[in-house]
Write a protein that binds this ligand. Structure first.
Ligand code: 5GP
Length: 158
């Protein structure tokens, strides 16, 4: 079912995008509980985790792992919660499955207990920092492999 996230996927509503793949998109939460609070969603319009075909669930998890690592790296290895509110009674407001990557500093309040506001230009700066970390993590991942086929696939070499 279409939701506000459909408009984000289609580019009708702007977002501070972290990464977009064929099947997923990740972007900063507009009402963050902490700086760097990121949402990772499949492009397929489904509400619940169990509605997602298995191959897409695996793909989502792969992207989630990369994005979470980049968020953590961007904040000096900060801890984080991965949260999926699955259904209204579990706190899901947007009816399109999404994982929250929620950075947690020492002593920070529990998930969703408070919201912060980015200062002017800060959201863009945080987004750029996470994207930069993600780029380097992907670069290092490729280069620490000896798998030449993987390298070729990454750069679309024949
Ligand atoms: P839920 O309660 O459904 O798990 O969380 C939905 C999240 O989506 C909330 O944290 C909310 O701030 C975020 N959100 C809702 N609308 C928008 C939007 O238009 N843009 C962005 N970037 N985040 C949104």
């Amino acid at each position: 079912m279409a939701s506000i996230f459909t408009k984000i996927i289609q580019g009708e509503i702007p977002c501070e995008k972290i990464i977009e793949t064929d099947a997923e998109i990740a972007f900063l939460d507009i009402m963050p509980s902490a700086s760097g609070h990121t949402l990772v969603i499949p492009k397929l319009e489904v509400m619940r985790l169990e509605d997602l075909p298995e191959t897409q669930a695996i793909s989502l998890m792969r992207t989630l792992q990369q994005v979470a690592k980049a968020v953590s790296t961007a904040f000096d290895g900060i801890d984080y919660n991965l949260i999926l509110n699955n259904g209204a009674n579990a706190g899901q407001e947007v009816e399109h499955i999404h994982f929250h990557v929620l950075p947690r500093a020492e002593g920070s309040p529990g998930p969703f207990r408070k919201h912060i506001q980015y200062a002017e230009g800060e959201m863009q700066e945080v987004g750029a920092r996470i994207r930069n970390c993600l780029w380097w993590l992907q670069f290092l991942k490729i280069f620490t492999r000896t798998d030449a086929d993987e390298l070729c696939r990454h750069w679309n070499w024949q």
